[in-house]
Design a protein around this ligand. Structure first.
Ligand code: CTP
Length: 393
């Protein structure tokens, strides 16, 4: 049981804080709360207090009450401070160290970890000022859950800005209070992103992989305490914290980097590796009167198959299978052909590349697990959980 100080800010999503309180109480946690002045226009201190059965402070209460409970004392006694929903405004004030109301004063006074669950209009979330404040707060050690993509309260608005679901906020809180370190002492190698196969010094063949899924797996493994080497083709997303990046371009570079990273306990091959490469021209190809050049393709090494059959094979090798039809049957065949232990099969006919979510099936030698549609982060967390369970057997 923990003492969780919940700071509720003003916004349409404030009502979801009530559901969060209910769930935290079910787990036996104590949930004192601070409502900003704007929050009191969306939820009442009375409804918060009725659910939490704990002190509720707002700027509207008088000094006597403050003397009785004391927001500084609440902040100091908390095991974690959770801000849900966190508005653009409170993040701006936190980023500059302001303490101009009870909420920000408590956030400044606490020594406990802080978790923010932002919720705002997608334009506000995407604004460079918000991005700057978030980066500042993350650098200060503040953790974030969400925001998620989806429909906004405002009609017709969609994008990133929705408050994370209460279950996801709960999971993030529990992860901070009792971090999962089951992969401590393990080395995990993850491949991610596309490969670029040069045609000449300025042109290349590539694919639509964003690297989101591979990076999310690397992030989850690092959070579980593993030493993680992420071998990634060119991507525009950031390297997750605590992960060592080996940046590569071509499939052949990727194989060399994976082999150099071994030995490892676990390998997860999430990269969308090009199947072929071109014998690259040393100089830029020029247009000629004889028409366009013919590109001669040669087969690339299969990194997954090579590693699965190598002398320094990791104990657990996981591959992906991007399929557009007969997903399970093709993935099963791929498992046998490539010699890996598990395959995460995804149906790419519905468009997965660059998306935030993924629907996968975990295929092992003797069974198929159908996973629900999940964010790529949750696919990463779930895979790491299955890996930790298997290694513990
Ligand atoms: N893979 C690899 N090296 C390659 C090609 C693929 O390591 N040269 C890995 C991918 O990282 C993934 C798995 O193999 O984990 C399956 O990739 P996929 O593109 O689905 O399969 P292919 O081998 O390209 O098979 P096919 O073209 O028959 O679908």
């Amino acid at each position: 049981m923990a003492r969780i100080l919940l700071v509720i800010c003003g916004g349409i999503a404030a009502y979801k804080a009530l559901e969060l309180i209910r769930r935290l109480r079910e787990k036996g946690h104590e949930v004192p709360a601070i409502l900003t002045e704007a929050a009191t226009r969306f939820v009442t201190p009375l409804s918060v207090g009725a659910l939490s059965n704990a002190p509720v402070l707002t700027d509207l209460f008088d000094l006597d009450r403050e003397r009785e409970i004391g927001h500084i004392r609440l902040a100091r006694a908390a095991d974690i401070v959770v801000v849900a929903p966190a508005t653009a405004d409170i993040m701006a004030r936190m980023a500059t160290g302001r303490a101009d109301d009870l909420a920000t004063a408590a956030l400044l006074a606490t020594g406990a970890p802080i978790l923010l669950a932002p919720a705002m209009n997608p334009h506000m979330w995407a604004h460079p000022a918000t991005a700057r404040n978030v980066a500042r707060l993350v650098a200060d050690g503040v953790r974030l859950v969400g925001p998620e993509a989806g429909e906004m309260a405002e009609r017709g608005e969609a994008g990133i800005g929705r408050l994370a679901e209460p279950a996801a906020i709960l999971a993030a809180i529990e992860d901070i209070l009792a971090p999962d370190r089951r992969l401590e002492g393990r080395h995990v190698v993850v491949t991610s992103g596309p490969t670029h196969e040069a045609i000449d010094p300025v042109r290349y063949i590539a694919n639509r992989s964003s690297g989101k899924q591979g990076h999310a797996i690397a992030a989850a493994a690092a959070r579980a305490g593993a030493r993680v080497t992420l071998v990634s083709g060119p991507v525009t997303i950031p390297t997750p914290p605590g992960v060592t990046l080996r940046a590569v371009e071509s499939a052949r570079d990727m194989l060399a980097a994976v082999e150099a990273a071994l030995p490892a306990d676990i390998a997860v091959m999430a990269a969308a590796v090009a199947d072929w490469h071109v014998e690259a021209a040393a100089q830029k190809l020029k247009k000629t009167a004889s028409g366009p050049p013919a590109l001669t393709l040669s087969e690339n090494p299969d990194i997954l198959a090579t590693i699965s059959r190598s002398a320094s094979r990791p104990r657990l090798v996981v591959g992906f299978a991007a399929e557009t039809e007969n997903v399970i049957a093709h993935a099963r065949a791929k498992l046998a052909r490539k010699g890996c232990d598990w395959i995460l099969a995804n149906d790419v006919s519905a468009g997965v590349f660059g998306e935030a979510e993924n629907t996968v099936h975990l295929i092992t030698a003797d069974r198929v697990e159908d996973w629900p549609r999940l964010s790529k982060e949750d696919v990463g967390a779930r895979l790491v959980n299955r890996i930790a369970e298997t290694l513990a057997d």
